[in-house]
Structures are given as C-alpha cells and as structure tokens.
Design a protein around this ligand. Sequence first.
Ligand SMILES: *Cc1c(COP(=O)(O)O)cnc(C)c1O
Length: 466
Amino acid sequence: MNKITNHLPTAELQAIDAAHHMHPFTAGGELAQKGTRVITGADGIWLRDSEGNKILDAMAGLWCVNIGYGRDSLADVAARQMRELPYYNTFFQTTHVPAIALAQKLAELAPGDLNNVFYANGGSDANDTNIRMVRTYWAEKGQPQKEVIISRWNAYHGSTIGGTSLGGMKGMHGQGSLPIPGIEFIDQPNWWAEGGDSDPEEFGLACARQLEEKIKDLGEDKVAAFIAEPVQGAGGVIVAPDSYWPEIQRICDKYDILLIADEVICGFGRTGEWFGSQYYDIRPDIMTVAKGLSSGYVPIGASIVSDEVAAVLAGTEFNHGYTYSGHPVACAVALENLRILEEEGIVDHVKNVAAPYLAEQWHSLADHPMVGETRIVGLMASLALVPKKGSRAPFASDAGTVGLMTRERCFANNLIMRHVGDRMIIAPPLVITPAEIDDLIARARKSLDEAYENVKKAGLLVAKPE
Ligand SMILES: *Cc1c(COP(=O)(O)O)cnc(C)c1O
C-alpha cells in the first residue's frame, strides 16, 4: 500500500500547497511567502511535522480532539462500519443502526428533556438547521411572525451563510452581504475589554438585560430564540461574569424565547461537565454539538432538541436534511469516541485533575509583565496581553499585532497557542496530564518572554491613548 507519509520534500509540498490549496481564514499571499507547516502525524497531545518537529498542540486541533490523537479503536470502528454499511441515508422511512445508537446515547448524555437528535456534518450546518427549526416551530404553533433570532457581537456560530449570520463577527458579515434578515445582536459579556468602570457582576447583569431590552424593542411576539456559546470560544475564550447566565435564563423563560446553547466547543467535557449548559446550570431548548462529538476524527454535528420542540415539529414535514445527516461511519466513530470519554473517565479527569492543575499554572502567568488577566473554565483558557501592567488599556498598535508576534514565538517553540486580537488562547486535548501541563506552561512562558523582548524592541509597548 502507498504510504502517505512517504512524501515529497517539505519545500515541494509547500509550493504545491501554495499553488493549488485555498486555505480557510487565511490571507493567501502572506501564507505562500512564509510557507505552511506540513503536519504528518500525531499522538496524544503531540503533532509531528514533515521536518521531524514534535509540537505540543494546546488547541486540540480546532478545539476538537478531546480524546487526543492516535486512538486506533476509532480507526478500527470506521473500517468495520465501511465494510458493513458505508453509507445509507435516513430521509425516506429508512434508518440504520449507528444513527439509532448514537441518538440514544446523546439523549442519555444530554441534560433535561433534550432527547431528540437531528444530525448535521458539523457545527455550522447544525446551526443552519437551528435557524429553520426554531422558525418552523413557532410557525407550527401559529406564530409565524416569531422569527427573529438574537445573538451576541463577537460570537462564533460557524461559517455557512446561517452560521456566519448568527455569529457576531463583523469582518465575516462584510464578506457576502450578511447577516441574513431577522438576526439581531446584543453586546458580549466581555468585562475586561468593554466593562469600563463597572463592577464585573453588575456588568454581567447589564449585558444580560440587553436581551430583555432587545426583546421589548422588537416585541416578544417577534422573537424566536436567543443563541449563545456558554463560553465564547473563537471570540477569545470570553468567560461571562457569574451573574450573566441565571439572568439570561430568567429572561428566556419570562418572554417565551427558545434558548439555543451552541455547545460545539463546550460540549463533551471541555468545561469539566459533559456540557457547558450543566456547568452554568442553564436549560436550553436546543444544543448545537460538533467538534468533540467525534473528537474531530470524522466530520459530524447535531442539534439536540427538547421533547417539546420535537413534538411540535413532528406535526409537519420539516423539509430539511443533508445527504450525510447521520452518516453511518461518522455515527459509529462518534459512538466509539463517547465510549472512550465515558469509560476512561475523561470528563472527571478534566474536572478533578487537569482543569484545577491547569488553572493554578495558567494563573501563574499573570505575574508576567505583558499579561493583564488570565481566565479559565475547564480546559479552555485565555490571557490578555497588555502594554501597561495594572491597566486594562489596549495596545496603541492595531489589535492583533502583538498577539501575532506572540503566536510566532509560540510557533517557534513548538507550541500551538492561538491569538484572537491581543488575547492568547488554549484548549488542549482533555487527556492532557499534569506533566504535559508543566511543559505547556514552560513553553508559554518562554514564548511570552521572547515576545515581550520583541515588542519592546519594536517600540510597541505603548498603550492606546484614552
Ligand atoms: C467551530 C464552531 C462552530 C462551527 O462548526 P464547524 O464544524 O466548523 O462548522 C459553531 N459554533 C461554535 C461555537 C464553534 O466553535
């Protein structure tokens, strides 16, 4: 058999990549100049590249490889399923065993009466499903004008037309004339960047109450749902003040607004609970899941839906679905992933071992001269880079300039840590051990030190004037 690892020299691979491969979320010209890193293998929390480097992946791929790389049993299950039944659809009065078994398992794991699963291929298209689902739900209940979905600025809900529209990233809206009609936004509960002189808990309450004001402005009879990530991931691991979620839940209940929890990152153990909704004690009507559902080994996503919403939808034909909704190979692999998460006690490992230890170590970075704050929930963490210790003032340079310089040092030190603007973020595989956390923190500190020197040398250690 041809081995893919028996590959061309790195420079040739990079040249072909630059010539023919269009990368997501990447400025093409820039990348072609710098050359991409060619990842050839992985095991546990470690990546290997074509030059033989061993890289600590503190982002678990894209927040998804919860059980770590190199799990043979997922490969075995996929091969077995491909031989037995590689594909069949679930559209016209047919079903198959993997789709049934995974739906049952998700119903068991999901909180409350979230017992009904509509499959997708990832998080974006599951959120597209959600848009059509909540609007169809209200139409079926005789309130077709209840159409508006309220979201938050700087939220990330995917990159399809629907996902981009639900997301609150203005740079994404600008490409493709989005959002679609009927999406409204309130502020994110980002006290560090936007809280001004307010107390964090009061700021959290005020942000939540923007939802109430928005509902009153639009009219309760016009609003279908509110969508939010329990912890904003791609926006920079923004952790809401404690006052925020109880108030959001109160408002959704009071005005009869469906609550959609986008659990694509928070789900499957990231917070130390199975779902972020359990961490924050909220009762969503729909949860979006993807990423950790299969630990990224195959593409799969889903909407997990309450009994009430599912019962109303059952009253009509929901004209929606994807060719690969409930793909048997994806479902079989996801089931094996959930078996590993459960039987190896990985969610408990996060809660009782990895998260407390990472929190202690991560907060130790707060003494660094360029670190303003450190935040962490479970195994997702962020820190704010600041020009002036003790102040929340941002850098005078364009947002992201110093973040990118810091990420470059991480890259050089074989640590995958991302930047969002001038925040650095991590979300390592959930199986990370305390010794590996020590290694992660040592690399992060070294990278911060080097970046700090570079920022100073470049004359960028300057706060934006007020
Ligand atoms: C990644 C992500 C998505 C999009 O999922 P895809 O599988 O990339 O389509 C949606 N919501 C959240 C919160 C995400 O982090």
